[in-house]
Ligand binder design. Sequence first.
Ligand code: FAD
Ligand code: SF4
Length: 420
Amino acid sequence: MKKALVIGSGAGGAMAARMLSATFDVTVLEEGRSFRPLPISLDVLTKVRRTGLFVDPRMIQWVMPNMRIDQGADMVMVYGRGVGGTTTLATGNAVRADQGLRRLGIDLDEEFDALHRELPITTDHERFWSPITRRTFSVMTELGMDPTPMPKFLRTQQCARCGHCSIGCPTRAKWDARELLDGLRVVTGCRVTHLELGDGRARRVHARMGLRHVTFDADLIVVAAGGMGTPDILRRSGIPCQSSLFVDPVLCVAAPMPGVRQDRQLLMPFVSRREWYIISPYMDWLSFFFHYKWNHSRSDMVSLMVKLADVEQGDVQHRHMLKSLTPLDYERLRTGVWECRDILERMGAKQESVVMGILNAGHPGGMLPLSSADASTLHPSVLPDNVYVCDASLLPQSLGLPPMLTIMALAKRIAKVVQG
Ligand SMILES: Cc1cc2nc3c(=O)[nH]c(=O)nc-3n(C[C@H](O)[C@H](O)[C@H](O)COP(=O)(O)OP(=O)(O)OC[C@H]3O[C@@H](n4cnc5c(N)ncnc54)[C@H](O)[C@@H]3O)c2cc1C
Ligand code: SF4
């Protein structure tokens, strides 16, 4: 049986590995370790927060090593390092976001249909919404914002409505990519540094495991180390990438509302799609713990997220984000913030009590964007014959929408292309 190596075990890597395992002997190389949800109760962390010791969002990594924070010029990047990649931190939104791919002539209807058959995707959580969620929904409806229930990777009956979705689901009600890896060989703690190339092919993968330098041979190599990890590996291997990083920045707008308990609710239960961004209720734990202005009890706050489709410009160097938002990005964010302010005011908040969160991002991608020339092969010409990329790096434009479902649809198609 031919051997395939998949680098990275997130949305793209796990799906590629699962699909390829039908015809290849697959090994997944993953830099991080097994995922563990936040191991300390929020009550304890809330007490520590009152001491004022939480000054830098990167401190979250001390208690949750699978959650990584990269401090950029004007925002932080949040991403997952560990089995399941960033999907373990995801809010569970399962949204089709392939407009850019369709424009290139890439039709993934079949793959999206298969994903809907194979994974627990549902909008059947509306009946569990709390009063504050219903109230927010009706205010946004009155404002003509056309909110709709969010499709979720979710087993609704198992959901405890604890609101921990982005810090690790304690019940596994929320589906994540670890489920695709069951029964597959995953080497953890293995950081791939580069591919050794020759004669238009990759001959070997070089990696570090602790202090050891190790190599792996394979017939096929799939690079799926995410929107920050993949460009780093490719460039170290002499394969160019573009400075077209997008990140889908997020800014939360919150106000105190005593006793509403938005913190005890599935995150992002519904969404309003605006022209350049979406708005959705979201208890932003990063801002709650690390922004000095978020000083209310977590049971007494309502928070709305603006998630923007940013201009595709920016870079990654040594896995560090080199990106500032453009004036246009800021202008669009400001419009979103004003819409959120309006919603909160109609819900009874005082304008002067409204606070902004930490500008953050969690959807890096776009540095090896597919073009119409790649529509049938899904194999950008800069890649050696036996190397495929299978993650957010391939997306041709920022989405301003959750990308996991689309990345997995791409991964399915790529595996089919490889398998002939
Ligand atoms: C808080 C948060 C909430 C989110 N919520 C949603 C949501 O609800 N719905 C949605 O669709 N999207 C969501 N996202 C985004 C989504 O999780 C990511 O876009 C998606 O997982 C990206 O898939 P990927 O395969 O490109 O990379 P990832 O899932 O990030 O996987 C990359 C993997 O590669 C590994 N890796 C990196 N470098 C190396 C290396 N050198 N060697 C070996 N392994 C390496 C990493 O450890 C990681 O496991 C969220 C993101 C965040 C931060
Ligand atoms: S709200 Fe539901 S899906 Fe989210 S972490 Fe809690 S149990 Fe899991």
